[in-house]
Ligand binder design. Structure first.
Ligand code: IFL
Length: 471
């Protein structure tokens, strides 16, 4: 979140106001906009400490049961791989590093950094998913570098980015192939979703900024342009593009996955690097989204699916991942719509114990009843709280945190839920890497006064990696 001297308005990941400096928006949370009476004790410091305790329990389980593996299976007490079957890239370690720093768990942070130094193997002869590798691993290494200033972490981030670049450079359109072999540079996956094409400019741009080598930023911008240039006459984009021919492979316009963070990084590229093209592209596409996809139902704001050429509605589902859009709207000059959209997701929590992965918003029935410990609702709570100072957003995060504790907690930490509608709820067996990078970081920043975080000048990526604002 780049708050000082921002070229634009608020941003999803760019916090304004803050606990440390008590700027007006947040100061209001303790007065007129706050909910606690003068006599009531402030529950948040204790909650912040509780978040650290819960994080620590899950981290200790990971160290004991799955150290070095990509992810923890907390129910079976084992580990699993995310990128390469039988080959780890230490996903959970890399995702957790800046959260460990923020929580001041320094000996654990050091253990993670030493694992990266001694055990992370990037030369594996296997394909990896380019988008996931950028947002989770390149981003995680860059935020760990920002935290520790250990040059080795920057070198590993750059080495990984260089191994991923063939996906961009070998593409005739500039939109990256989906997979690249880390050792040979061989590429595959010609039909790429927009989120995978477009969610790289924060990490690659930051790498260019630090190293002085423009090639990372240029590759990421070219990928975004490949999509923008193929918008329809009514300024909608589809879902999937053939990266070799440039033809649309999926023509449904939607904010849901697999598009979601494509929009986010247009805005972030503008606010982080001041690139005017990115702002113009964001503004044009967002105007079309608000005109063609926004739908008001029972006083709530949702975003439908539509044909990208005609604008005709084709679906009325919404993914929980799209809850991030409340924050993005607010930061980009559409605060009222952002707050309204967050209200819609809050209504979902009035009906379900945890938000389902997909919902039919006309019937308010779950289309996919899983809850993979998603962070997007809490992410928007954090941003909206800091943007408005309204305590309701901290209270909403507090509510979700307590539901997560009630329903997802197991002996070795936290697990995903396979079906939130079953009684008792049917649990899965996974602590996703993003739980360490996102969920617990958002809760911590919301509840605690994080002394290592600059609440007035910062940036968190789509994966929650703090690329700016650590101190
Ligand atoms: O990896 C996470 C990240 O927030 C993202 N998409 C999905 C994940 C969390 O739901 O951008």
């Amino acid at each position: 979140m780049t708050n000082h001297a921002r070229p634009g308005g608020l941003t999803r990941r760019r916090m304004i106001g803050g606990l440390a400096s008590i700027t007006p928006a947040v100061a209001m949370a303790g007065t007129a906009a706050g909910t606690a009476s003068a006599a009531a004790p402030d529950p948040y410091p204790a909650l912040g400490a509780d978040v650290v305790k819960e994080f620590r329990t899950a981290w200790d389980s990971y160290r004991r049961l799955a150290w070095g593996r990509d992810e923890l299976r907390p129910v079976s007490g084992s580990g699993s791989d995310f990128f390469i079957p039988g080959g780890t890239l230490g996903l959970t370690i890399i995702e957790a590093l800046d959260t460990l720093y923020l929580m001041e768990l320094d000996s654990e942070l050091n253990a993670g950094v030493e694992w990266v130094r001694n055990d992370l193997r990037l030369d594996q002869n296997a394909p990896v998913q380019v988008f996931e590798a950028i947002i989770r691993l390149v981003g995680g290494l860059l935020s760990a570098y920002a935290a520790t200033k250990d040059r080795m972490l920057l070198d590993r981030a750059r080495e990984l980015a260089d191994r991923l670049l063939p996906a961009f450079h070998r593409s005739p359109t500039g939109a990256p192939y989906r997979y690249v072999n880390l050792s040979t540079g061989e590429v595959r996956g010609t039909e790429a979703p927009l989120a995978e094409i477009g969610t790289c400019i924060a990490e690659f741009g930051e790498l260019s900024r630090i190293t002085g080598d423009r090639k990372y930023f240029d590759a990421a911008k070219k990928a975004l342009k490949a999509v923008y240039d193929r918008r329809s006459r009514i300024d909608l984009v589809g879902t999937t593009l053939n990266v070799e021919t440039g033809a649309w492979a999926g023509r449904t316009a939607t904010l849901d996955p697999p598009v979601d963070s494509f929009y986010e990084y247009l805005w972030d590229g503008w606010t982080l690097f001041g690139d005017h093209d990115l702002k113009a592209w964001y503004d044009k596409l967002t105007a079309a989204v608000l005109k063609r996809l926004a739908e008001r139902r029972a006083g709530r704001l949702w975003f439908r699916q539509a044909d990208m050429t005609t604008g005709k509605a084709t679906g009325h589902n919404q993914s929980e991942l799209t809850a991030f859009y409340a924050g993005l709207l607010a930061q980009s000059g559409h605060l009222a719509d952002g707050e309204r959209y967050h209200d819609a997701w809050t209504a979902v929590l009035g009906k379900f114990r945890l938000p389902p992965e997909y919902l039919d918003y006309r019937t308010m029935k779950a289309v996919n009843p899983a809850y993979p410990l998603r962070p997007e609702y809490a992410d928007s709570c954090l941003f909206l709280w800091l943007a408005t100072g309204k305590d309701r957003y901290r209270a909403r995060a507090r509510d979700l945190y307590s539901r997560q504790k009630r329903h997802c907690k197991v002996a070795n930490g936290y697990t995903v839920v396979d079906d939130v509608t079953a009684s008792p709820m049917r649990l899965g067996d996974l602590t996703p890497g993003y739980w360490y990078s996102e969920n617990m970081k958002y809760y911590y920043l919301l509840f605690a006064k994080a002394s290592r975080f600059d609440y007035t000048d910062n940036y968190l990526s789509t994966e929650g990696n703090v690329l700016k604002g650590l101190r």
